[in-house]
Ligand binder design. Structure first.
Ligand code: AMP
Ligand code: ZN
Ligand code: FE
Ligand code: FE
Length: 277
């Protein structure tokens, strides 16, 4: 078991545990360093940090996950130690979440064209006021009996090449890195092995200010981890990671404690924590 998990979602986006419940869950599992990294939202951070005060052995690292676009693929950038009170930062996040709403409605329209009914009101209900994501739509598709499991929704309809996919306006990875640095954050490339091969992009992102890359991610194999570690080391990037836990409850989901970076890498991230002004 590992004691750090630096990629976790809550009801502030598409996770199913409230920030409070997530903190209790990771604390029970012996996690000592956890980063809450919701999609385009920091709304769960205050509650998570407050709850963590009940667990003196647990440090919550305030984080976020931003979706960005490159031609033909999607790139996710995590930010740690962000000064999330920054009003300009929050305004930008609000725009992103508004874009998510419009995009989800477009996906629902596309699904309707395919004879699949997904009620917008139910999507909103499931999102619990958090950033709306494709998993919320997928959940309604399961509830309505169109598919038996979440993954089928992505494979057939909601994935990048899915029949109902719709794009939303996104930043480039370089813009996301800049946005995170502006609020004192540590930008880290998420799940580098999903989607297209990102290795040609890495030197450019490192030059733009990228400081880390996920290496110890979810179900990456020893071989994948070894290759990524070498890549990280060659570029001077911190090798981080986590389970990307959403509490979907699917059989293949990896739970906190089963994947995450070793302490020597976590310490490199801890040392980058900006001292309070
Ligand atoms: P969104 O924020 O709408 O782009 O949705 C992103 C979330 O959808 C991710 O955090 C995953 O939980 C899930 N997801 C995205 N792509 C896939 C996929 N191909 N298979 C399963 N889940 C996916
Ligand atoms: Zn997600
Ligand atoms: Fe992601
Ligand atoms: Fe994630």
């Amino acid at each position: 078991m590992v004691i750090a998990d630096l990629h976790l979602h809550t009801t502030a986006s598409d996770g199913r545990l409230s920030p409070r419940a997530l903190v209790q869950f990771v604390a029970q599992r012996g996690i000592q360093f956890a980063a809450v990294t919701d999609h385009d939202s920091t709304e769960g951070l205050a509650e998570a940090i407050e709850e963590s005060l009940l667990f003196p052995g647990l440090t919550i690292i305030p984080g976020i996950e931003l979706g960005t676009d490159i031609p033909g693929s999607e790139v996710h950038v995590l930010g740690y130690w962000i000064n999330y009170d920054n009003p300009h930062f929050q305004t930008t996040l609000t725009h992103f979440r508004t874009g998510r709403k419009a995009r989800a409605q477009q996906i629902i329209e596309n699904l309707a064209g395919l004879g699949i009914q997904v009620e917008w009101s139910r999507v909103v209900e499931l999102a619990k006021g958090g950033a709306i994501g494709r998993p919320h739509i997928a959940q309604v598709m399961v509830e309505n009996g169109y598919i038996s499991q979440l993954q089928d929704a992505f494979d057939l309809y909601l994935g990048r090449n899915g029949l109902a996919y719709s794009e939303r306006a996104k930043l480039t990875p370089e813009e996301a890195i800049r946005m995170l640095i502006e609020v004192g954050g540590v930008p880290v490339l998420a799940h580098p092995l999903e989607g297209s091969d990102l290795s040609p992009l890495l030197p450019r992102l490192a030059k733009a200010g990228l400081m880390g890359i996920e290496v110890y991610y979810k179900n990456y194999t020893h071989q994948q981890i070894k290759a990524l570690k070498e890549h990280a080391s060659a570029l001077g990037l911190i090798a981080l990671g986590g389970t990307d836990y959403h509490a979907f409850g699917t059989p293949e989901e990896i739970e906190p404690g089963y994947s995450g970076p070793p302490m020597e890498e976590v310490n490199r991230l801890l040392s980058l924590r900006a001292s309070p002004p």
